[in-house]
Design a protein around this ligand. Structure first.
Ligand code: ADP
Length: 393
């Protein structure tokens, strides 16, 4: 009998899934359900990219999860589900580790929804749906904020009156599952950097940076929400709060309209007037697309400097995320003006998307490490659901 772990990343109308063997670290399959509701689509693939047929009710998250598992079940008839691991955006101020789900935890996490209204309710809906679809199967919540709870106070607070900090208005930081993966990969594959000062640039549709020392997060460009720091596909990144006041007071915009503007209409999309997708901008050839890229590159350079300042120096710069892992041009442009930090890339290695792209003589290592958030969820789920001991027994 094959025992498996399902990992789930639940959005408002989508579900990203992976299936891991209990005893392994490479997924057996991945998949996506899009447009949950009457017109949902599903795509499941095995580890070689071959399609796994699946169809059925996907009118709700619970129905979609059952349909996903039925698809995997008909492909691997001897498969049983040992546990489900969930990506949860917010774990609050005190949770520095992932956790087994029970009714108390679900209640606690629901109180955090006002801090991440666009993600947390959907993540929790995914957990409730999986509990309903697979009663009795352990569920584990893995938090994007957990990795950053090691921030020193100066990187955890804003300069607001203290009661706001006590009430949860803090710099939580996000993309923690990705940074946790990178930290563990550094520890195993680049141990000479494990104790060092490492700036990790997670550049995808969502983008942030993390300053790590000794494998722990010291600073992050994302703060209270996933809006701060770098410009992203459709999010603005760092913004003077005076702009928000102006939009409210002088332009009469509502909180909802401003939220839509900052989360969905800004960033690369807003600046280029064309697309949130870096590949499209690289090929566009318009002045606006070029300027959107210029701004993205400039803010990346600025934030690498800020992260290095928070760390008191830099031993390595690591790129990950869809842009960081694939765009030679963006990596080369970001590094171009960072010679003052000992950063110098080897253009042949960069063009080849090699793992180490710094030149041999450079003082600071520059690496490309494909991130793997699902693997972090699978391993945490295996450990917290107690599956390692059972397997060994
Ligand atoms: P998400 O944050 O949604 O997980 P990804 O990490 O998949 O996003 O990153 C998506 C971004 O990566 C898009 O802007 C996409 O254009 C960019 N990207 C992917 N492949 C390339 C490539 N070969 N060149 C440039 N950009 C790329």
């Amino acid at each position: 009998m094959m025992k498996a772990i399902l990992t789930l990343n639940s959005g408002s109308s989508s579900l990203k899934v992976s299936l891991f063997p209990v005893a392994g670290e490479t997924p057996l399959a991945t998949g996506l359900v899009d447009g949950i509701g009457p017109k949902a689509s599903i795509r499941l693939r095995d580890h070689e990219g071959a399609a796994i047929p699946a169809s059925g009710d996907m009118s709700s998250h619970a129905a979609a999860i059952r349909t996903v598992l039925a698809g995997f079940g008909s492909h691997w008839p001897d498969m049983t589900l040992a546990a489900v691991g969930h990506r949860v955006v917010h774990g609050g101020a005190d949770r520095a580790t992932h956790a087994l789900v029970d009714a108390g935890l679900l209640e606690e996490l629901a109180t955090l929804s006002p801090f991440a209204p666009l993600h947390q309710p959907h993540n929790l809906e995914g957990i409730r749906a999986a509990m309903e679809a697979f009663p009795g199967v352990p569920q584990v919540a893995c938090f994007d904020t957990a990795f950053h709870r090691s921030h020193p106070w100066v990187n955890d607070t804003f300069a607001l009156p203290r009661e706001f900090y006590e009430q949860g208005v803090r710099r939580y930081g996000f993309h923690g599952l990705s940074y946790e993966y990178i930290a563990s990969t550094i520890a195993s594959q680049a141990p000479h950097l494990a104790a060092g000062r490492v700036v990790v640039a997670h550049l995808g549709n969502g983008a942030s940076m993390c300053g790590m020392q000794g494998g722990r997060s010291i600073a992050s460009t994302m703060g209270f929400s996933a809006l701060d720091g770098l410009p992203m596909g459709t999010r603005c990144g760092q913004l003077d709060p005076g702009v928000v006041l102006y939009l409210m007071d002088q332009r009469g915009m509502s909180a909802r309209e401003i939220s839509d503007l900052l989360y969905k209409q800004s960033g690369l999309f807003g600046l280029s007037g064309l697309s949130n997708d870096m590949r499209t901008l690289e090929g566009a050839g318009t002045r606006e697309a070029a300027e959107a890229i210029d701004y993205f590159v400039f803010r990346c350079q600025r934030e690498i400097g800020a992260m290095a300042a928070a760390l008191g120096g830099i031993d390595a710069l690591i790129f990950c995320g869809g842009i960081g892992e694939n765009s030679r041009m963006i990596r080369a442009r970001i590094c171009e003006r960072l010679a003052w930090m000992g950063i110098e890339i080897d253009h042949t290695a960069n063009t080849a998307n090699a793992r180490v792209i710094s030149s041999d003589l450079a003082r600071t290592s520059v690496m490309v490490i494909p991130t793997n958030e699902e693997r972090v969820i699978a391993l945490a789920t295996r450990a917290l659901a107690g599956l390692i001991d059972k397997e060994a027994a």
